[in-house]
Design a protein around this ligand. Structure first.
Ligand SMILES: [Fe+2]
Length: 366
C-alpha cells in the first residue's frame, strides 16, 4: 500500500433505471456528435436520444467497431474537425466510449502532425483541451466511464496506444442498468470478466491506496454476487445494476492504479489474434491468484480473491482462448506480454519463467 497517495476523479455519475432520460440536462444547444455503433441505430435508441435532444443539432457517427483503430479515428477526426462540434455523447460499450474520448480531445486540439504520427511517436502528447463528453455505457465491464485513458489499436503495427490525462476523463456518466439488459450472453460474460479483472488488478497493484482498495474490494464483492445470477437470469435488473456498479467501482479503482499483469498479458492476444478483451485479460486470473497467494500467504483479502478464483475457474475461459489461438500462437507472443507499463504495477512476483508457467497452467497445457 502506498503511504503517499492522492485521489482525483472529476466524473459526475448519475445512476439508476431511467437515467438515460436525464441526458437533456447535461447538453447545451449547438452541434453535438453522438458516437455509437449501428446496432443502436437499428434498435431505435439513437432515435430516442435524437427526440430527447430537441434543442441540439445532433450528428451521428454510428460506425464504431470493436477495438477502435488508430487509422479509423484519424479519418473520423478529419471528417468532423471543421463541423464546430460543441460536445460529444458516447452510447455503447468500451469501444464507443474510447472512440468518443479520443475525439473529445482531437476535435478541439490543433495538431501539428496527423494523429497517427502523434500516437506512434515515443513521446507522450499532452492533451490540454477537450470538448464536453457524456458517456452512456451499455455494457458493464470496462469502467471507461470514469477512467482518464482510452485505448487505440494500431493494427498495422500490432500495437496499442493509450491516450491519457485529466482531459480524457468524461464529464458525465449516465448509468442506466436497463440499457445493459439486452446484452447477449457471451458479451455479458466477457465484459463482467473485464470488471472482475480490473478489481483484482487494482487490489494487487503497487499503486493502490486506501481509496482504490476500498473500490476494488467492493467491486469484486458485487461482481462475484452478480455474475452467477446473470448466467441464470440475464434480465435480472438488480443483478444488472450490481454488475454496472461493480464495473464503475473497478473503473474508479483503476483510474488511480491503472491495470497490471493480467492486462499486460492480454494485449498481444487481442492485437494479434482478436481475442475479446474480457477473455484475454481474465483467462490467467485463477493461476495468477494462486501464484499471488503463494508469495503473500498473509494477504488480507485472501478469502475474497479465492472466491474470485473459484468463480472464474468454473467458467472454463481457456476453451474460449482456444477458439482464437493455438498454444504455439500464445507462447510466440510471450515477450510482449511482460510490458513494464502494466506488468510493473503488479505487486506479486513475476519473471519470464513464472509467466511461461502461468500461461501453460492457465490453458491446461502443462
Ligand atoms: Fe480491461
Amino acid at each position: 500500500m502506498n503511504k503517499d497517495w492522492q485521489y482525483f476523479n472529476p466524473v459526475k455519475v448519475v445512476s439508476g433505471v431511467g437515467s438515460l432520460s436525464r441526458l437533456r440536462e447535461f447538453t447545451k444547444s449547438g452541434d453535438w456528435l453522438l458516437i455509437t455503433s449501428s446496432g443502436f441505430t437499428r434498435r431505435g435508441l439513437v432515435d430516442t436520444i435524437t427526440k430527447q435532444l430537441d434543442r441540439v443539432a445532433l450528428q451521428v457517427y454510428d460506425s464504431v467497431t470493436p477495438n477502435p483503430e488508430l487509422e479509423d479515428l484519424e479519418t473520423v477526426t478529419q471528417h468532423y474537425r471543421g463541423a464546430l462540434i460543441q460536445g460529444i455523447i458516447a452510447l455503447g460499450g468500451g469501444s464507443a466510449i474510447d472512440a468518443a474520448k479520443v475525439l473529445a480531445v482531437t476535435l478541439c486540439c490543433e495538431l501539428e502532425r496527423p494523429l497517427v504520427e502523434v500516437l506512434r511517436q515515443p513521446k507522450k502528447h499532452n492533451w490540454d483541451k477537450k470538448l464536453p463528453l457524456i458517456v452512456i455505457p451499455t455494457t458493464s465491464g470496462t469502467g471507461a466511464e470514469v477512467t482518464p485513458f482510452a485505448t487505440v489499436w494500431d493494427k498495422p503495427y500490432h500495437k496499442k496506444h493509450s491516450i491519457t490525462g485529466d482531459k480524457v476523463f468524461p464529464d458525465v456518466a449516465l448509468l442506466d442498468p436497463a440499457l445493459t439488459v439486452p446484452l447477449p450472453e457471451f458479451e455479458t460474460l466477457y465484459t463482467s470478466l473485464d470488471a472482475i479483472s480490473h478489481a483484482l488488478e487494482s487490489i494487487w497493484n503497487v499503486n493502490r491506496s486506501p481509496v482504490s482498495e476500498a473500490f476494488g474490494v467492493q467491486s469484486l464483492n458485487l461482481a462475484l454476487k452478480a455474475l452467477p445470477k446473470l448466467r441464470k437470469q440475464p434480465d435480472d435488473i438488480d443483478a444488472r445494476a450490481d454488475m454496472q456498479q461493480a464495473s464503475l467501482l473497478a473503473g474508479l479503482a483503476i483510474s488511480q492504479t491503472r491495470t497490471a499483469i493480467a492486462h499486460s498479458i492480454s494485449y498481444p492476444l487481442t492485437s494479434y489474434f482478436n481475442v475479446p478483451h474480457g477473455i484475454a485479460c481474465s483467462f490467467t486470473l485463477p493461476t495468477l491468484i494462486e501464484e499471488y497467494l503463494k508469495s503473500k500467504p498473509d494477504f488480507k483479502n485472501r478469502e475474497l480473491i479465492l472466491r474470485a478464483k473459484e468463480l472464474v475457474s468454473s467458467l472454463d475461459i481457456a476453451c474460449y482462448i482456444n477458439q482464437y489461438a493455438t498454444k504455439e500462437d500464445v507462447l510466440s507472443k510471450k515477450e510482449g506480454m511482460h510490458h513494464p507499463d502494466r506488468a510493473g504495477n503488479y505487486d506479486g512476483e513475476m519473471n519470464e519463467l513464472t509467466l511461461h508457467q502461468v500461461l501453460l497452467k492457465s490453458l491446461d497445457w502443462n
